[in-house]
Design a protein around this ligand. Structure first.
Ligand SMILES: Nc1ncnc2c1ncn2[C@@H]1O[C@H](COP(=O)(O)OP(=O)(O)OP(=O)(O)O)[C@@H](O)[C@H]1O
Ligand SMILES: [Mg+2]
Length: 260
């Protein structure tokens, strides 16, 4: 295991952009914090950060992961504490990033945060595409959550991401189907089964398509402030499964939105 046994590092990824990696990473963190877990989120979308906006912490980021890796500040000095939840901690991505990061220094930084004993989980958000941030993050991940949206291109990208991660030493992978819509839960279940077949990755959860997620993301509000029961139950279900508890896939998810 790359980390101390106390802290698990989960990578949120897909080589396809816009499938909801950052949204799922941020909201799952809040759902897990509500269950008493301490989560450190690290935005690894170098040069194109946006997790701070989704988290509602864009005004609070003084230092970033680049500062920590380059040794300008200690890793813990780059951590922001979320005033809304004592379980949420965050390190922003560099806003403008021209320096090349050294993989060994990145690995050491994340490992020191994992070894601090301050966090139950480290969540790493990566940009779309198969590039250096993903490769760096793969080097410290215990498991990857591959986010897929229900489109043919996103499914192909998920399959490609799974192969890339296995080659980079992350064989433990789980699929999260995001933006799920449909006429009925029964049809959605059939669709989700077909995604598992196509990607050959085991499923850990589903998140319905919901416009409230979009407005919340723009306003820096997370699942604890989202009124839609469907959305909060979806993240709570994935949180329970992440913590190793059995929980039906669609537990408390009542209906899905029909998309035209
Ligand atoms: N379940 C959902 N229902 C509706 N909209 C969603 C859902 N999940 C994410 N979105 C929206 O999809 C858009 C892209 O989401 P997000 O930025 O999280 O994707 P990403 O995969 O991190 O993108 P990038 O590749 O640019 O990093 C955002 O507008 C977000 O609000
Ligand atoms: Mg993103």
């Amino acid at each position: 295991m790359p980390n101390s046994s106390e802290t698990r590092t989960i990578l949120f990824t897909s080589c396809k952009g816009g499938v909801g990696k950052s949204t799922v990473c941020a909201n799952l963190a809040m759902a897990m914090a509500a269950l008493g877990q301490k989560i450190l989120l690290i935005d690894c979308d170098f040069g194109n950060r946006c997790l701070d906006i989704i988290m509602g912490l864009s005004d609070d980021a003084v230092y970033d992961i680049g500062d920590a890796v380059l040794g300008r500040v200690s890793a813990e000095d780059a951590v922001i504490k979320d005033s809304r939840s004592s379980g949420i901690h965050f390190i922003a991505a560099p806003y403008n990033f021209e320096n090349k990061l050294n993989k060994a220094a990145f690995t050491e930084t994340v490992k020191s945060l994992a070894a601090s004993g301050n966090y139950n989980y480290i969540f790493i958000d990566t940009p779309g595409g198969i590039g250096e941030p993903l490769e760096f993050a793969a080097g410290v991940a215990d498991i990857a959550y591959i986010i897929v949206a229900p489109t043919t291109t996103a499914i192909r990208a998920a399959e490609r991401t799974a192969v890339f991660l296995a080659e980079k030493g992350v064989p433990r992978q789980r699929l999260i189907v995001n933006k799920l819509s449909g006429r009925s839960i029964k049809k959605a279940k059939e669709e989700v089964l077909s995604f598992i077949d196509e990607t050959s990755v085991k499923l850990i959860g589903v998140v319905p398509y919901d416009t409230e997620i979009i407005s919340a993301g723009n306003a820096g509000k997370l699942v604890n402030e989202i009124l839609s029961g469907n959305v909060s139950h979806a993240f709570e279900n994935i949180a329970q499964r992440t913590m190793g508890k059995n929980c039906p896939l669609f537990q408390n998810i009542k209906k899905l939105k029909k998309l035209r």
